[in-house]
Structure formats: C-alpha cells, structure tokens
Ligand binder design. Sequence first.
Ligand code: ADP
Length: 206
Amino acid sequence: MTAGKTLRIGLTGGIASGKSTVSDFLAQMGAAIIDTDKIAREVVQPGSPALQVITERYGRAILNEDGSLRRDRLGEIVFASPAEKQWLEALLHPLIKARAAELAQMATEKGVPAVVFDVPLLFESGWNEPVDAIWTVYVSPVVQRERLKLRDGFTDEAATARLAAQWPIDEKAKRADVVINNEGTPAETQRQVAAAWRALRGLEQQ
Ligand code: ADP
C-alpha cells in the first residue's frame, strides 16, 4: 500500500457503542470524518428539493412553523408504515450517498490520509460506497444499554426498543474487517484505534 493513498473506512456500530468516540480519535489522527447523520439532516433543509417532495406527499402538517421538517412526525409515519419507510429511503439514500461521495472526493483531493464514512446503519441500509475496511465499534448489549440510558436518559424500555430496531451488535461485529472493543477505558479504545490505523496504512513495520 502506498503512503500517499487516501484510505476509506466505513465506521459503524450500534447506538451508543462508541462511534462518535472512535471517530473523534480518527479525526485526531488526521482522518476526514463524513457524518451521514448530519448529511441526512442537510438534504432536507428548508428550500431543498427533497423537502419539497416530502411536503407534497404528507402535506404542510409535516413542517414546523419556520418551514423546517418535523422530524418527529416523519419518524412516526415511517415507524408505522414499512411502505412509507421504503418510499422515504428511496428518496433520501441516493442524496445522502451522493453528498457523502462528494465530500470524500473533496477530502481526497486535499490529500488526507483517510476518509471515514460514519454510517450508524451501514449494514441495515445496504451502504455500498467502496471502502478499504469496515470497522465496527463493539460493546456487549448489556454495556450498550447502560451507556444509552446514561447518555440519553432513556428508561430500560425505551433503550430496549432502540436496540431492537437495529441489527444486533454481535452480527455487525461478525461482518466487520476490524472490531474495536470499546468496553474498556477510552485510552484502551484509543490504543486499538491507533493499532488498526497503523495496520491499515501498512505502517506496522516502520
Ligand atoms: P455512538 O456515537 O456510537 O452512539 P458515543 O460515542 O456517543 O456512541 O458513546 C455513547 C456513550 O458512552 C457516550 O455518553 C460516551 O461518552 C460514552 N462512552 C463512550 N466510550 C466510552 C468508554 N470507553 N468508557 C465509558 N464511556 C464511554
């Protein structure tokens, strides 16, 4: 592997498994982080073609008074109807992927050592942007539930519902090229990130 090549990493994990924590470490090492959750919010901003299409389908009740999308309402609609979920994904996924590819291209042109696609639902959504490696940030479901409750103030029930809406984290770990175990201290996680980064960049021998 040549030193000058920009590597592409697909970063995933479960809710509250530590993706943000790991992407912060990767950013400190010089990687450009492409946050697909953030892009998903950008593509439906007021004035965007996608928000226009969504408003035509669901009426103005899907908008707040300031013209922004009522994400809670849209969430209820797609949670209740697989067909609506499919419709919305068919609209948004290509836009999100196109913007992510554009940002990756810009970062590559700047010569960053790696671009990291932070995609919480990488496996569930059939993400197919080519990457050199998929990294899964892993904690056991027990730790995951506790951290989720602590971070977001969820009850046991709410946390369980969130976990049930995603693939089990063990399944994501099985399919990854690299598993970062985030059950220990942040410093231990950082060491694993640094080691995996060196291995991927072919710097083990240096
Ligand atoms: P994600 O981005 O996958 O949803 P976060 O990185 O936000 O997960 O981590 C979830 C929660 O767990 C946050 O409150 C974070 O501060 C905490 N956390 C992350 N890594 C660790 C760790 N190694 N030890 C203790 N707490 C952690």
